[in-house]
Write a protein that binds this ligand. Structure first.
Ligand code: AMP
Length: 111
């Protein structure tokens, strides 16, 4: 069971800012920006490379939820939504998650 599955199951604490039947959003424990929130599907999908057509609605809901959370958090000047995938993508937790980063200007390209 991944650490994010434990957060979904309320086995470990998290600062949850949004929840619906499909996804959950909570503050990153090591924030990389003034606002750093993780939006995750409740379904235990490991990463982007594991998605199938069955997951379209779930992923759509997560992106819309991220947009709602960004609005709720007052990120009116913009933000970045990032998914790291696999070793080269820098993914550490094997449960698909969107990083919602805001509150400062972002550089490009990412490192
Ligand atoms: P990634 O490298 O894309 O897999 O990102 C994993 C993220 O999860 C990192 O930004 C971590 O700081 C964050 N993280 C790890 N454990 C926790 C936790 N228990 N609660 C909140 N965020 C966490």
């Amino acid at each position: 069971m991944s650490i994010f599955a434990k957060i979904i199951a309320r086995e470990i604490p998290a600062d949850i800012v949004y929840e619906d039947d499909v996804c959950l959003a909570f503050r990153d424990i090591a924030p990389r920006a003034p606002t750093h929130i993780l939006v995750i599907p409740k379904k235990p999908i490991v990463g982007l490379s594991d998605l199938t057509v069955e997951d379209e609605a779930i992923m759509g809901r997560c992106v819309v939820a991220a947009s709602e959370v960004a609005r709720q958090q007052g990120l009116d000047n913009g933000y970045r939504l990032v998914v790291n995938c696999g070793d080269d993508g820098g993914q550490e937790v094997p449960h698909l998650h969107f990083h919602l980063l805001g509150g400062r200007a972002m550089s490009w390209p990412p490192g």
